[in-house]
Design a protein around this ligand. Structure first.
Ligand code: ATP
Length: 219
C-alpha cells in the first residue's frame, strides 16, 4: 500500500519525518509519497516559494528510507492544489492498488472545508495521526463518516483500494512549521526541530527572518 503525505512543508520538520516513518512501519507501507502543495487552498501564501519548499524537502529526505519519495505533481498543476484532484490523478496512475492519505488530526478536523471532501474517501483510505494538544472529538459530520468507515483493523486496509479510516498512534511531537518560523523570526534556533541541512537552506536564503549562520567551530 502506498501512503500519500501532502503538506505545505514550510519548512519540513521532524514532526513530519518521524510520524511518516512510524505510520509507514505500523501500516507496512511500500512507499510514502511526500507531495508538497503548490498553492494551499485553505491558508495564506506560504512564506517560502514552492521551489524552496521542494529543495528543503529534498535535502531532508536525502538520508531517509528509500521508500520515502517526493512527487511534484501539485507543483506542476496550475491553480489551487486541491487534494481531491491529486488523489484522482494518483488513482489514474495506480489503478486499484490500495492508497492511503496520511493526515494529522488538525488537518482531518478541517476536512469538511476541503474541496469535494466526501469524494476523498472513495479515492483513498485516511490514516489520522494524533497531534499533541488536538482533541479527537471530530465535528458531527466527520464523526459520522469516521464511525461508518472505521477500519476493523490494519490488515483490512490492504484488502481494499480505499474507503476506510483509522487513527495511527505516533510519538507525539509538538513540532510545527509555524513554531519554527516564529522561533527564527524571534532570532531563536530551530536546531533539532528539523534536519541541519534544512536549517542550512533557511539560513542561506534568509527565510523566515533567519540570519546567516555564524560559524562557531574552528574549521
Ligand atoms: P503549519 O504550522 O505552518 O500549519 P505544519 O507543521 O502543520 O505547518 P504542514 O506542512 O501544514 O505542517 O503539515 C502537513 C501534514 O503533516 C498535515 O497533515 C499535518 O497535520 C501533519 N503534521 C505536521 N506536523 C506534525 C506533527 N508534529 N505530528 C504529526 N503530524 C504532523
Amino acid at each position: 500500500m502506498i501512503g500519500i503525505f501532502g503538506g505545505t512543508f514550510d519548512p519540513v520538520h521532524y514532526g513530519h519525518l518521524r510520524s511518516a516513518l512510524e505510520v509507514s512501519e505500523t501500516v507496512g507501507l511500500s512507499e510514502v509519497r511526500f507531495i508538497p502543495c503548490h498553492r494551499p487552498p485553505h491558508r495564506g501564501t506560504p512564506r517560502a516559494t514552492a521551489r524552496q519548499r521542494l529543495e528543503m524537502l529534498k535535502t531532508a529526505l536525502k538520508n531517509a528510507p528509500a521508500s520515502f519519495q517526493i512527487d511534484t505533481r501539485e507543483m506542476e498543476r496550475p491553480g489551487p492544489s486541491f487534494m481531491v484532484d491529486t488523489l484522482r490523478s494518483l488513482r489514474d496512475d495506480l489503478g486499484q492498488r490500495p492508497m492511503a492519505l496520511i493526515v494529522g488530526s488538525d488537518a482531518f478536523r478541517g476536512f469538511e472545508t476541503w474541496h469535494q471532501w466526501r469524494d476523498l474517501f472513495d479515492l483513498a483510505h485516511i490514516l489520522i495521526m494524533q497531534r499533541p494538544g488536538e482533541s479527537s472529538d471530530w465535528p458531527q459530520a466527520l464523526a459520522a463518516v469516521f464511525k461508518e468507515r472505521e477500519a476493523p483493523g490494519i490488515p483490512s486496509l490492504s484488502e481494499h483500494p480505499s474507503g476506510l479510516i483509522t487513527t495511527i498512534n505516533v510519538t507525539p511531537l509538538a513540532i510545527s512549521a509555524s513554531q519554527i518560523r516564529d522561533r527564527l523570526a524571534a532570532d531563536r534556533s530551530a536546531r533539532f526541530l528539523t534536519p541541519d541541512s534544512v536549517i542550512k537552506h533557511i539560513e542561506n536564503w534568509r527565510l523566515y527572518g533567519a540570519k546567516e549562520s555564524q560559524k562557531t567551530s574552528a574549521d
